[in-house]
Design a protein around this ligand. Structure first.
Ligand code: 13P
Length: 253
């Protein structure tokens, strides 16, 4: 199977008021035709901005120039869960993806693998592609446990119905997020090769699952990271808040 098309996903995290969201989304969409041959673009705004961004980008969404995703979802479709957002609500707004199991959710909201699994299943049932995040702490890497952690997290959170078309995995070493530090290219390749081996073992079309790298991806390091054999895109935090940087990362694919 041919390598999956590169996906450059922007995780805006808890950033942006309405005016910022509109400006950022419009600028990214304006540049999207220039990079669309190289990469698919995905923006994951905070829940408060999804509707506005979707309306602003209606034309670009229709033409498949960009996609929109949520940053998290609840595993139930509705109910008494104050403050949470259900997966069908995201679909209803025009989302095609949702990030689940981000390390900031795992750490700040005590989410574990069974919970992330439930969310990923809920996302798929709602017609969304879950982007399942995995990655080790610095202590785990220092102890030589990075591969074990990543394998355990994937095994614990990958839905049974997973296939190349309905799941994305993002490797985000926790110590590289927002720090300006990244693993060596060899270390990224080692983890991504191990993830690929696990997925081809578990799924019929595991070689087609998009594997994203995340953690301090910038225009200056994107090309070498995206050139690695089993890296099929990036999950970008800070640099996704700047349209020029986000587009430059996509152009580096
Ligand atoms: P940074 O790109 O800011 O390191 O964030 C990565 C991330 O957490 C994306 O989900």
């Amino acid at each position: 199977m041919a390598a999956p098309k590169t996906l450059i996903a922007g995780n805006w995290k808890m950033n942006g008021l309405r005016a910022d969201g509109v400006t950022l989304a419009k600028t990214v969409a304006a540049g999207a035709p220039g990079v669309s041959a190289k990469a698919d673009l995905l923006m994951c705004p905070p829940a408060t901005l999804i509707s506005l961004v979707a309306n602003t980008l209606a034309e670009a969404l229709r033409h498949g120039l960009v996609s929109i995703g949520g940053q998290d979802c609840h595993h139930e479709v509705s109910g008494a869960h104050t403050g949470d957002v259900a997966a069908p609500m995201l679909t209803d707004l025009g989302c095609g993806y949702v990030i689940v199991g981000h390390s900031e959710r795992r750490t700040n909201h005590s989410e574990d693998d069974p919970m992330v699994w439930q969310k990923a299943v809920a996302a798929q049932l709602a017609g969304l592609i879950p982007i399942i995040c995995v990655g080790e702490t610095e202590e785990e890497r220092d102890r030589g446990e990075a591969l074990d952690v990543v394998r355990r997290q994937i095994n614990g959170s990958l839905p049974d119905a997973a296939k190349a078309a309905n799941v994305v995995i993002a490797y985000e070493p926790i110590w590289a997020i927002g720090t300006g530090r990244t693993p060596s290219l060899d270390d990224i390749a080692e983890v991504h090769d191990a993830m690929r081996a696990l997925l081809t073992d578990r799924l019929n079309d595991g070689d087609g699952v998009r594997l994203l790298y995340g953690g301090s991806v910038k225009p200056g390091n994107a090309a070498e990271i995206l050139a690695l054999a089993n890296v099929n895109g990036a999950l970008v935090g800070g640099a996704s808040l700047n349209a020029e940087d986000f587009l430059a990362i996509a152009a580096a694919a």
